[in-house]
Design a protein around this ligand. Sequence first.
Ligand SMILES: [Zn+2]
Length: 200
Amino acid sequence: MAAPTITHPQPDPADRIPRAPLTEQPESGSYTDSRGRQRKFRRINRPLSERFWLKVHKTDSCWLWTGHIATTGYGQVGVDGRKVNNAHRVAWELAVGPVPDGEFVLHRCDNRACVNPHHLFLGSARDNLLDCISKGRFRHVPGQSEKKLTLEMRCAIRERANAGEPAAALANEYGVSPVTIRRLVARKTYAGDTGPERQG
Ligand SMILES: [Zn+2]
């Protein structure tokens, strides 16, 4: 008696998205599977080095970030799925290399949305702060903050809050309320601060 034929269900190769060279594969789209069903797909693993430059509009001088721009004026880009980083910093990392610990990527041009590596340079936290203060044309909105925070403090608070420190901890350290910190970071107070308080 012949051995029974056992068939294992095999994945239908037609169900798979055809592999194309990375540059030709669209971000999303649809295809018809072997049973004639319309299926949608979305690429999630496009490497940063590839998708980053697709969002850059190169002019003769500045290269402008066309993706999300934060209230600080800096471009923002998603990294590793969830982390968000400053676009000019990512541009530096892609074009030049890693940013050494404690260093910041600063702009030579006055355009925070610019990601042209030729317009960027590395500086220390102190350079960053001095740059912030020297460019700090600020306007105090009266009655919105009980305690006066100096421009230097505001630069430091915005930088640290944007780096992920909780408002409550900063409020405690600077002796103000968390609301004051949040309003400061959201630029509801001292909206005229123009220093690069969030670099790198
Ligand atoms: Zn520029």
